[in-house]
Design a protein around this ligand. Sequence first.
Ligand code: IPE
Ligand code: IPE
Ligand code: MG
Length: 243
Amino acid sequence: MSEMLSRVDRAKLPRHVAIIMDGNGRWASGRGLLRSAGHAAGVKTLKKILTTAVNLKLEALTVYAFSTENWKRPLAEVDFLMHLFSDYLEREKREMHENNVRIRFLGRTEDFSPLIQSQIRDATELMKNNTGVKFNIAADYGGRDEIIRAAQKLAAKAARGELDAENITVETFESELDTAGQPPVDLLIRTSGDMRISNFLLWQAAYAEFWFTKTPWPEFTPEEFIEALIEFGSRARRFGGVT
Ligand code: IPE
Ligand code: IPE
Ligand code: MG
């Protein structure tokens, strides 16, 4: 592992990595397990990937934990995911804090239970002055929903006479997004073979490099994560220009 870390050219690291942690259910079903066992295994992967991000001193890591569309799943699965989320926060927040991680939650959050809402507030408050990895958990998150909420906030400001419509710029718009103050996504990883964005970070990933792997999230390793980061370093990003 330390040998792998030493192969990373720090100057070529992405500032912001986002991950669609997909494939927990299929991984479990394929082994004759319940989908919930896949989600539990996925939490272990997340712990390892966050540790790797801390070791690499990545600037920002965003993970997709629960989408605005995931409420459509069977109630038992949604319930299980909520308990897992709650346990994860309870179990991990102290170590995250010790690692100087600054946690933030992207998404709506008001449909979560009062317990989870208070855990979200507590964890955010606990780590708000930390200066290490910006770790964003997207939960009840949808890119369209986030953009609409930002538009509503700007419209409300305009209605109060605090903002002229002509002064809505990329910067003012971004300042209303859940990721305000953070760099755009440089590298977007999706595990488990599907090649789609599924309503994740639609604005922030405008110029992201994509990296897909067939590996299901429970089997994703720090080694493969680093492989993606190294490959990112060899991409030619043009941002519409010429090289
Ligand atoms: C990702 O794994 C976790 C969540 C969406 C919460 P899935 O549950 O989507 O697993 P698959 O894609 O059905 O295998
Ligand atoms: C995206 O995965 C959401 C998360 C990983 C939390 P989904 O499994 O919900 O996406 P689709 O349904 O395959 O597009
Ligand atoms: Mg899925």
